[in-house]
Design a protein around this ligand. Structure first.
Ligand SMILES: O=C(O)CCC(=O)C(=O)O
Length: 285
């Protein structure tokens, strides 16, 4: 049995300002896949910090990715540990039925060495070819995740810059690739980006997550990125982005990959926090 409406209501408290995400401006995108991405589009990516490519993966490729995620959640690989459920349900994880557990998964990560169906899409030549142009060097694996926003109570991912999580110096472009596996809409928690916000690091705070302060977000510039399954959002690792809670009755599954340049330089966590951390800087949020 899945969750009852009463259960869903108790998981669903909104814990951020209702106008933190804006829904008026919708991202435009390149039609019909990667082969239509031009040099001007790569320029657009560098200026604006994001690029949308519609219908980049076909139905068979998306079904195969979904099957890969099911394999991981349903424990096909006995020593795989990269499954995280919705934080709000953590306390009752042992009481969930198998179907409730499946519907409560929020994140699956570090799976490339386990699931060949997902490794295939991570290293798809047609995708890497675009990423290489954006990075202007050989792309190297940085992170692999599947981000699943459960229907009814999927939590927000507050505004942040992904590079605030990565121990690499800021000289080289990090590319995030977000691939919709379901229809991602304004209602079920599609991506939001702030164009042009990738040019400088922003202080992060430990609030609802490791995030940018709600009051430091240029909400008027929020661009919504609804995507149909198989469409892709490329985003610079420095762009301000986030996703609102999913209170709709539609789940929202996506893959999120990150690639760095082969030339990227490692830094320590302390050096990263010198750049992105608010600690000791006499600022509050
Ligand atoms: O897919 C989502 O809900 C947000 C993902 C995201 O921005 C992240 O994990 O960096």
């Amino acid at each position: 049995m899945s969750f009852t409406l009463d259960q869903i209501k108790t998981f669903r408290k909104l814990d951020y300002p209702p106008d933190l995400y804006q829904f008026d401006t919708i991202a435009a995108g390149i039609e019909d896949g990667f082969e239509h991405v031009s040099d001007e589009d790569i320029e657009f990516f560098h200026h604006q910090g994001y690029l949308v490519v519609k219908d980049a993966f076909n139905t068979a490729e998306i079904e195969s990715a979904v099957e890969g995620i099911h394999n991981l959640i349903e424990k096909k690989y006995s020593d795989f540990r990269g499954v995280q459920i919705e934080p709000k349900l953590l306390k009752q994880v042992d009481d969930l039925t198998p179907s409730q557990y499946r519907n409560a998964v929020r994140k699956v990560y570090n799976y490339l060495d386990y699931e060949p169906l997902l490794k295939e899409i991570f290293y798809a030549p047609k995708l890497l070819q675009i990423v290489a142009q954006m990075i202007d060097a050989q792309p190297v694996h940085l992170q692999d995740m599947a981000l699943l926003k459960p229907a009814g109570f999927g939590t927000e991912k507050p505004w942040h810059q992904d590079c605030a999580y990565f121990n690499f110096s800021l000289g080289e472009t990090v590319v995030g690739v977000w691939i919709a596996l379901d229809e991602a809409t304004a209602n079920n928690g599609c991506m939001h980006v702030i164009p042009g916000s990738h040019k400088a690091p922003q202080l992060h705070f430990k609030k609802r997550d490791w995030q940018i302060c709600d009051t430091d977000i240029d909400r008027d510039k929020d661009v919504l990125v609804p995507l149909n399954p198989g469409s892709v959002l490329f985003f610079d690792g420095m762009i301000h982005h986030g996703t609102a809670a999913n209170h709709s009755d539609q789940q929202r599954w996506a893959l999120q990959f990150h690639y760095r340049s082969i030339n990227a330089v490692n830094i320590t966590a302390e050096e990263r926090l010198e750049i992105f951390g608010a600690e000791g800087k006499d600022v509050t949020c």
